[in-house]
Design a protein around this ligand. Structure first.
Ligand code: SF4
Length: 388
C-alpha cells in the first residue's frame, strides 16, 4: 500500500465506490442496488472496479490528490473485507492518496458477525464507518423491510468501537407511517447515548416504483402528516444540538471536527470521481455517469466506454449548483467567496428570486452570508427550485 503525503499540493479529489449488492431490497429503496449474496459475483465485480480504477487513474491519477474515499451502496459490508482491501489497494496504488484521507464505508448492522470483520476493515485502510441503523423500533425496522433488528445496531456499534474505530456515523430515519413523536425521541436518545461522532437523520421519502409507493397507493399505509414529520425533524435538531452536536447540513449533525469531509464535497461543488455501476462524477466542470446496465459495466475493459451520459457544465450551471447545493449547508453561502469563485456579483444574477424568498421568510441575508431560515429548512425544495 503506497500512501503519498502530498507536499506539493495538487487539486483534491474524492472517490466514491459503488457496491450495488444487498441482502434483499428494502421496501422504500430506489437506490441502484439488488439482492445478491454470491461471493463469486462479488469477486468479479471487485475485479471490474479495479479495472475501472486503473482506466480512470490514467486520466486523473496524476492531476489530483485523493483526500476522501467513500464506499457506499447498496451494502458494502456484504463484501468480504478481503475484497474491500483489494479495492482500496488499487486506489492507493494508482492515485495519490493523502496520508490523512477520510476513508468511509457504509455498514448494514445485519451483515457483520464479529469484531474480526471490523479489524480487517481497519487494516484495509477504512477510517470511518457509516452504520445504517435507521431505527431502534422493531415495528419500524419491519415496516422498512430492513434485514437487521434493533439489537444488531448496538452490537455492531460496540464491535466497531472494540476494533478501534473512532469516527462513526449512525443513519437514522423518521417520518414513517404510524410513527409517534415519543418513539422518535426515544430513537434519538438511544443514538445520542451511544455517542457516535456523527448522526444523519432523514425523513422517509416515498419514491415511485418502490413497493412502499404501491402500498401507500392501495391504502395499506397512510403517510405521516407533514406537520408531524416536521415536528420530528425540529426535535432532532434541538436534541442533537443540546447534546453537543453541530447541525451542519439539512440532515446531518456531527461532533465538532467530525463533519463528513466526503459529503461536504457534494455540497461545495468540489471534484469527485464515482466508480462502479451507475456511479456519478463531477470533475473539472463536467458531470458524468457510468452505465447502470450490469452486463455493459461488467463487459468494459480499462479503456471501455463506461459513460452513460456526460454534461459539460456552463458557468451558469456551476453557479446554480453552487447556490442550491451550498444552501444545504447550515452555514449557508458566503457571497464574497461566490464573487471570488465566479467573478460575478450574486445579486446581479439572483436579486429578484432571492428577495422573493427572503420576503417569504425562507432565506436570510446577514453579514454577506445567505442561508436557509428555520422555515426554509422545512421548505428547502421550494428554495432550491428558484436557483435551478
Ligand atoms: S440496504 Fe440500503 S441500498 Fe440496500 S435495499 Fe436497503 S435501503 Fe436500499
Amino acid at each position: 500500500m503506497t500512501i503519498t503525503n502530498s507536499a506539493a499540493k495538487t487539486k483534491s479529489l474524492g472517490i466514491y465506490v459503488h457496491i450495488p449488492f444487498c441482502v434483499r431490497k428494502c421496501a422504500y429503496c430506489d437506490f441502484l442496488s439488488f439482492a445478491n449474496r454470491d461471493e463469486t459475483v462479488h469477486r468479479s465485480y471487485a475485479c471490474q472496479l479495479s479495472t475501472e480504477l486503473i482506466g480512470r487513474s490514467a486520466v486523473y491519477g496524476n492531476k489530483y490528490s485523493v483526500d476522501t474515499i467513500f464506499i457506499g451502496g447498496g451494502t458494502p459490508s456484504l463484501l468480504s473485507p478481503i475484497l474491500i482491501d483489494a479495492i482500496l489497494d488499487t486506489i492507493y496504488a494508482r492515485f495519490r492518496v493523502e496520508g490523512d484521507a477520510e476513508v468511509t464505508m457504509e455498514v448494514n448492522p445485519g451483515t457483520v458477525d464479529g469484531v474480526e470483520h471490523f479489524t480487517e476493515l481497519r487494516n484495509a485502510g477504512v477510517t470511518r464507518l457509516s452504520i445504517g441503523a435507521q431505527s431502534f423500533q422493531a415495528s419500524m425496522l419491519r415496516f422498512l423491510g430492513r434485514v437487521h433488528e434493533a439489537a444488531d445496531v448496538t452490537r455492531c456499534y460496540a464491535l466497531a468501537r472494540e476494533a478501534g474505530f473512532e469516527n462513526i456515523n449512525l443513519d437514522l430515519m423518521f417520518g414513517m407511517p404510524d410513527e409517534r413523536l415519543d418513539t422518535w425521541k426515544a430513537d434519538l436518545q438511544t443514538a445520542i447515548t451511544l455517542n457516535p461522532e456523527h448522526i444523519s437523520f432523514y425523513s422517509l421519502q416515498i419514491e415511485e416504483e418502490t413497493p412502499l409507493f404501491g402500498e401507500i397507493m392501495n391504502g395499506k399505509y397512510t403517510p405521516l402528516p407533514e406537520i408531524d414529520d416536521r415536528l420530528m425533524y425540529h426535535h432532532a435538531i434541538e436534541a442533537l444540538c443540546r447534546a453537543g452536536y453541530v447541525h451542519y447540513e439539512i440532515s446531518n449533525a456531527a461532533r465538532p471536527g467530525f463533519a463528513s469531509r466526503h459529503n461536504l464535497k457534494y455540497w461545495s461543488l468540489d471534484d469527485y470521481l464515482g466508480v462502479g455501476l451507475g456511479a456519478h462524477s463531477y470533475i473539472n466542470g463536467r458531470r458524468f455517469a457510468n452505465t447502470n446496465i450490469w452486463k455493459d459495466y461488467m463487459g468494459a475493459d480499462e479503456h471501455g466506454a463506461l459513460t452513460m451520459w456526460s454534461h459539460e457544465n456552463s458557468q451558469r450551471d456551476d453557479i446554480a449548483e453552487y447556490v442550491f447545493l451550498g444552501l444545504r449547508k447550515i452555514e449557508g453561502i458566503d457571497l464574497s467567496r461566490f464573487r471570488r469563485q465566479f467573478g460575478r456579483d450574486f445579486w446581479e444574477i439572483y436579486r429578484e428570486e432571492t428577495h422573493m424568498l427572503m420576503e417569504r421568510g425562507l432565506l436570510e441575508h446577514r453579514d454577506g452570508i445567505l442561508r436557509l431560515t428555520r422555515l426554509g429548512l422545512d421548505l428547502s425544495n421550494q428554495v432550491f427550485v428558484e436557483y435551478i
